[in-house]
Write a protein that binds this ligand. Structure first.
Ligand code: ZN
Length: 298
């Protein structure tokens, strides 16, 4: 099975980390941070107490995205709250002539919040805006260094991008293709890069929870990554999108797409990888797929 017909489109990520920049960005002292957190939590509680995403837009998002319909009632209510807060705290900006209406904003927010359903919105603190183009967009004059150290300058055509310290950029056409249960999810992909970046490097290793082991994560991901690279070297067509073989950061982002979009397939094909992702995201989307259908729909 092709993991993602559309997934072969290019994604981009700003890969190089600058730890010193991260430190200076966190320049506010611990005390300031706490006060800010209290103010923000109060503001969030107020928003949740006084506002809600209108049914018409929320229902439209669920209707359009099968993966979201898998959530149980409690998960869906939490996703709706998170989506509202994301819409209040981030700027969603249209670009390239796109008309971005409320229903589209809600759908983007819901897709963006699915990975952080159990992690919390603070994970997305590192950026302020999401830019949405109508379809694939061109990033001109990007420099790339090849294995021989030669710098190539060329235009990149992308369906999504996460800029370090900058916005998430999405193509609406690819947002529409995301979360359809077909293994493609550009929104989960780009926001996974943001989670990966939380420890300062897009390297396929986000900051793990205390009950997880870095060595286990690294062993499992490295083995699956090596297997993909070997399959490609043998000229085979792998189940995982070959784009994942670009680097470990892309591998984590592509596996995140599979985890939320075709969880059962991922669990069967890569059980250890699935377990690591389930422990990290604190979600078990394969269990959602297994749940009897009548219990999914409220
Ligand atoms: Zn990527």
């Amino acid at each position: 099975m092709a993991a993602a017909g559309l997934g072969r489109r290019a994604h981009g990520a700003e890969v190089r980390a600058r730890r010193e920049d991260l430190r200076s960005g966190a320049g506010a002292g611990l005390y300031d941070g706490r006060v800010f957190g209290l103010i923000r939590n109060r503001r969030r509680r107020k928003i949740l107490a006084t506002e809600s995403i209108p049914d018409v837009h929320w229902d439209a998002a669920l209707e359009a995205v099968p993966v979201l319909r898998m959530l149980d009632d409690g998960e869906r209510a939490r996703l709706r709250d998170l989506s509202l807060l994301l819409l209040r705290e981030k700027r969603l900006e249209p670009a390239g002539g796109l008309a971005l209406d409320e229903s589209m904003r809600v759908r983007i927010a819901a897709l963006a919040c699915l990975p952080i359903l159990e992690l919390g919105l603070d994970c997305y603190d590192g950026f302020a805006s999401v830019i949405v183009y109508p379809d694939e967009f061109v990033v001109p004059g990007r420099e790339e260094v090849d294995e021989a150290g030669v710098v190539h300058v060329g235009d990149d055509v992308l369906s999504g991008e996460s800029r370090e310290f900058g916005p998430v950029i999405l193509a609406w056409e690819d947002v529409e293709a995301s979360g359809q249960g077909e293994g493609y999810n550009v929104v989960a992909h780009e926001f996974a890069h943001k989670l990966d970046l939380l420890d300062g490097a897009v390297n396929g290793l986000p900051p793990l929870h205390r009950d997880m082991r870095v060595s286990e994560w690294t062993d499992v991901f490295q083995a699956a990554y090596d297997e993909l690279v070997e399959q490609l070297e043998r000229g085979e067509e792998p189940w995982i999108d070959p784009y994942a073989a670009e680097n470990p950061g892309e591998f984590f982002a592509v596996c995140t797409e599979l985890f939320f979009d075709v969880p059962l397939d991922l669990q069967i094909a890569y059980p250890a990888l699935y377990r690591q992702l389930a422990a990290y995201y604190r979600q078990d989307p394969a269990a959602r797929v297994r749940r009897p259908r009548e219990r999914r729909i409220s």
